[in-house]
Design a protein around this ligand. Sequence first.
Ligand SMILES: CC(C)(COP(=O)(O)OP(=O)(O)OC[C@H]1O[C@@H](n2cnc3c(N)ncnc32)[C@H](O)[C@@H]1OP(=O)(O)O)[C@@H](O)C(=O)NCCC(=O)NCCS
Length: 261
Amino acid sequence: MAREWCVRKAGIDDAENISRLINVSFIPEQRSLCLYGCPGSENYIKDLIAIQDRGGDSLFLIAVGGEELLGFVEIRRLADSICLNYMATAEAARGLGVYKRLMKDALLLGKEESYQKAFHDVFFGNTIRDFHERIGYKVTKTFLWRATDLPSGMLPPRIVLTNLPQADVIHSRYGFSQFGLTLDTGSFTVGRLNTMWFRATAPTIVNNRDALHVLKHLEPSRSLLSICEQEAVLPTDLNFRQVLGSFRLEGEIDQILTQLK
Ligand SMILES: CC(C)(COP(=O)(O)OP(=O)(O)OC[C@H]1O[C@@H](n2cnc3c(N)ncnc32)[C@H](O)[C@@H]1OP(=O)(O)O)[C@@H](O)C(=O)NCCC(=O)NCCS
């Protein structure tokens, strides 16, 4: 590994290495259930980087030593906080403070844009959580990632699918997509991951049997992944199994920057 390293904004040409670093940094069980584990994630990263200086909501910072990618962080600029969406350091560069520096620079960028709060998610079992808590992040939510087969059943009388053709095009480029589903009993956003999963992040759709029947009818080979807060009540007869869990860590940017000095 090169002795000198620096942090800079990523360019489109860095997308391939960022995607490769994600692949080696997260275990297959995690990757297979995440957007960035989908087969087109490199295209997605490339497209996000292409618009990062023209108002895109994502910004990728990378640490480089010579030609080598040592680490990266994706900063998502949301309405009232920044989300440090994905972060990883290359195996050969661990323990050298690369992550700390990326976190610091990401928070400084957020502060420059007048953000006061930052958050990110950490999988259960990842001991880096302790470091985050040491520098001022607090766990504010716990998410359970639960999977089940979809039930078959009678279809409701009115089914309206919104943006499905567009979602199909996006899916072929990124390997994930989302579309809208409206029934007499409610409107829902439905995510699709790779070839195996429908992804739901709200308990309302998981508890709407009509909606689940429609999804089963639409793509019978997909199962359902529910990523909801642990308090969310899911239908017991669907026999959900927990596949992963994650903590949401939130903090005040100023306070964390003081700890990172
Ligand atoms: C977690 C990870 C990003 C750490 O990167 P790193 O560059 O080695 O971290 P740094 O050298 O900057 O260390 C930062 C601090 O975290 C601590 N730390 C590093 N890895 C740690 C780990 N696995 N568990 C607990 N603490 C850890 C260090 O001791 C240091 O704390 P200190 O300043 O109080 O001594 C890296 O191991 C990685 O990419 N892991 C896989 C992907 C991942 O977990 N990403 C984070 C998702 S939120």
